[in-house]
Design a protein around this ligand. Structure first.
Ligand SMILES: [Zn+2]
Length: 402
């Protein structure tokens, strides 16, 4: 291999240093730190893509970015999305993508919509094609939120425990960040239990052996209990869960992501685009209509369970990307969640659920410089989350509409 002349090496290094070493300062009128704290008039110093310092604005030099009229939070985290779900050229939900290139553009559209809506990290659960998307975004080649993916999901009830273990192992080898498991049917089909004890134990046990978290799609006590006792990390939906099962989840430290404010409302708003495809039947829609008040009642009960870690996730599908914050708005406005708790659930608690506590989801020295600003104070009116004016991810600014 040809040796690089020392002076060229010096130039390369100098160039790198010049772009990385210059700190950027952001003045925040109100700063919500993601762990429940609030400070007024501070300056965030960003260096090398990370937060270097947070200091009082008084007496400081003019900041590079004046967000003194805005509320600044850590970048938001959606723990449950589907980046590959989109409407096709005919406007209908696309279940197959004959044109792979065009499909990838739709995925990028979703990723961009989520990022512009303030979500600097998403966990996308259930499509092998998320791998290429994740890796391109991680490389910095295309814009988008940081992506974690399960690649596919364990769904097949016909698989033996040994087959399930092999499947989970294969996903781990392929680079899955977590394992997604369907332990219940869809709510459109009643939400009944599918996988047996030995099957969920195999899936969760193998994931644990490979150091991976497990996210479970489940509605009722029987399926949730089996997964919690097998050591799962997070439960999605839970529409039919009782207080007793919430208590068990709290005791075992299992995260609960109820998806009550966006996914079903989005299906109903886009009904003509889904109707007639798979289980998106009139009956399926009737089940979903019924699930909205059921979910709301369930969420209000879940809020009262001491120690239950209610994390933020939307289950964003086709038509919902970019509106992820609606979930938090619904949880606060209709469900009665405390707005600060809602913000923590989409920042530090979500980060913790992803195994990224301290790295993202908080504004503190050493954390990734993921910074979002909204036009007004979401503690006063949670609908402020709709009005995102500034988005920085890893120190790079993607939106600056002040
Ligand atoms: Zn989902």
């Amino acid at each position: 291999m040809k040796k690089i002349a020392p002076f060229i090496l010096t130039l390369l290094c100098a160039g790198t240093l010049a772009t990385q070493d210059k700190p950027v300062t952001i003045e925040a009128g109100l700063l919500l730190d993601g762990i429940g704290g609030a400070r007024r008039d501070v300056v965030i110093t960003v260096k090398d893509g990370k937060i270097a310092l947070i200091s009082p604005a008084a007496g400081a030099a003019a900041a590079d970015y004046d967000l003194s009229g805005l509320t600044v939070t850590p970048g938001w985290i959606d723990t449950h999305v589907h980046l590959t779900w989109h409407f096709g050229p005919d406007g209908r939900f696309a279940t197959r993508d004959p044109d792979a290139g065009q499909a990838m553009l739709y995925f990028l559209e979703n990723a961009w919509a989520d990022l512009m809506a303030g979500f600097t990290t998403v966990q996308s659960v259930g499509d092998i094609r998320e791998k290429a998307l994740r890796d391109m975004i991680t490389k910095g080649a295309v814009p988008g939120p940081r992506v974690l993916t399960s690649l596919t999901a364990v769904t097949n009830v016909a698989m033996t425990p040994a087959e399930i273990r092999a499947y989970v192992g294969k996903m781990a080898d392929e680079g899955a960040d977590l394992i997604k498991i369907f332990a219940s049917k869809s709510i459109r089909d009643g939400g009944g239990r599918t996988l047996g004890d030995d099957q969920v134990q195999a899936a969760i046990g193998e994931a644990q052996a490979r150091g991976l978290r497990t996210m479970i799609h489940a509605y009722g006590d029987d399926s949730i209990r089996a997964c919690v006792l097998a050591g799962c990390s997070q439960i999605e939906h839970g529409s039919l869960a009782t207080d007793e099962i919430f208590g068990l989840m709290a005791e075992r430290g299992v995260y609960f992501d109820p998806n009550i404010g966006l996914v079903i409302q989005n299906y109903i708003a886009n009904k003509p685009r889904y109707l007639g495809i798979g289980n998106y039947t009139e009956e399926g829609f009737a089940q979903m209509e019924k699930a909205i008040p059921l979910n709301l009642e369930m969420f209000k009960r879940a809020l009262k369970i001491k120690g239950l870690k209610i994390v933020f996730g939307t289950d964003a599908v086709a038509g919902a990307h970019g509106r992820n914050a609606e979930e938090a708005i619904f949880r606060v406005e209709k469900g009665g969640q405390d707005p600060m708790a809602a913000i923590v659930s989409m920042t530090s608690l979500a980060a913790e659920s992803l195994g990224l506590a301290g790295k993202i989801g908080t504004l503190a020295p050493g954390a990734e410089a993921d910074v979002v600003a909204v036009a007004s104070d979401p503690l006063q009116d949670i609908a402020a989350l709709r009005n995102v004016r500034f988005v920085m991810k890893g120190g790079k600014i993607y939106k600056n509409d002040r």
